[in-house]
Design a binder for this molecule. Structure first.
Ligand code: SAM
Length: 299
């Protein structure tokens, strides 16, 4: 492992404000992806709450640090959070880290943050890498609107609810997945939502970083042809395609609207139907049909 301990020639240790919980992002693979501020906070913290103390110990060691640590992982987070909040209330400066990336993002941390907030503890965050956003930035898919889907639930009921929750979202979707389940997941998504574009980001920031881009079926074909995939994976998936904008021109829509009203539909229902058929918003259709009906009364 690399040794960065001489970085302290450039960094000055600083006392941290007492009783603040610092959420610290750590590398997702490449140990160099840690901010100077994160190092200062880790060096200044009186206690580090870590998902896995052994793993965080290796990170600290690489930077020449040794600190008191307490574990805070999925199965002890509730109880440990109470202890950590007590330490904060006594005035200790605490840093919270997970194994990789941002604590609380598909990782322990969110419960501790909530408990700390309830106890009136100040929270500070030291930003840094997170696998989802890192993959999104390199995916080539739309980055203007996106949602984080976390891990897709494995049980049928949970998966169905997940598909319903995200299926109609028109922005890009960020999904964490294990390499073992990736191929089955690509097929499942293709069956549920059609052959959307995607990008599999593998081993981000590490030696074998790789991006596999294409439609779900193309990427699936490449992976199964290569005998599967190894390493850590983020799947970036194109959102639900936008409905065809304005399938009818304004004149066509106006004529169709009049037909619907002549068939006996009220303006509200006719507007709803017209919006579906034309791609024009229901509000605009309503305004169009109301005006047409008023014009008809006046003539
Ligand atoms: N807290 C982390 C973050 O901010 O990204 C996520 C933790 S979650 C338990 C771990 C998952 O993140 C992995 O299963 C994988 O889906 C994704 N991940 C983490 N590091 C990665 C990397 N270097 N390359 C690709 N995916 C990664």
């Amino acid at each position: 492992m690399k040794d960065f301990s001489d970085i302290w020639g450039f960094l000055r240790e600083e006392a941290l404000p007492p009783g603040v919980l610092h959420i610290v992002a750590t590398p997702i693979g490449n140990l160099e992806d840690i901010t100077l501020r994160a190092l200062r906070v880790l060096a200044g913290a009186e206690l580090i709450a870590a998902e896995d103390t052994r793993r965080t110990g290796l990170l600290l060691k690489a930077y020449g640090l040794k600190k008191p640590m307490v574990s805070c992982f999925a199965h002890n987070e509730e109880a440990q959070s109470r202890r950590i909040v007590s330490a904060l209330a006594e005035g200790k400066a605490v840093a919270l880290v997970s194994d990789a990336g941002l604590p609380g993002i598909s990782d322990p941390g969110a419960r501790l943050v909530r408990q700390a907030l309830q106890a009136g503890i100040e929270i500070s965050v030291i930003p840094g890498p997170s696998a989802g956003l890192t993959a999104l930035a390199a995916s080539g898919l739309d980055t203007e609107a996106f949602a984080f889907g976390g891990f897709i639930p494995r049980d049928g009921k949970g998966r169905k609810a997940w598909l319903e929750r995200f299926g109609s979202f028109a922005g890009t979707l960020i999904v964490y997945e294990s390499p073992r389940r990736l191929e089955a997941t690509l097929l499942m998504l293709m069956e549920a939502w059609g052959d959307r574009k995607c990008c599999v980001a593998r081993e981000l920031t590490k030696r074998y970083e790789e991006f596999i881009r294409g439609s779900l079926s193309e990427v699936h074909g490449r992976l199964s042809g290569a005998g599967g995939v190894k390493g850590e994976i983020v799947l970036i998936l194109e959102g639900r395609p936008f409905p065809d904008r304005e399938k009818l021109s304004r004149e066509e829509a106006s004529a169709r609207g009049e037909e619907l009203v002549a068939e006996g539909l009220g303006i509200k229902e006719a507007s709803r139907r017209l919006a579906e058929e034309s791609g024009i918003s229901a509000k605009e259709c309503y305004a169009m049909l109301t005006k047409a009906s008023e014009d008809a009364k006046m003539s």
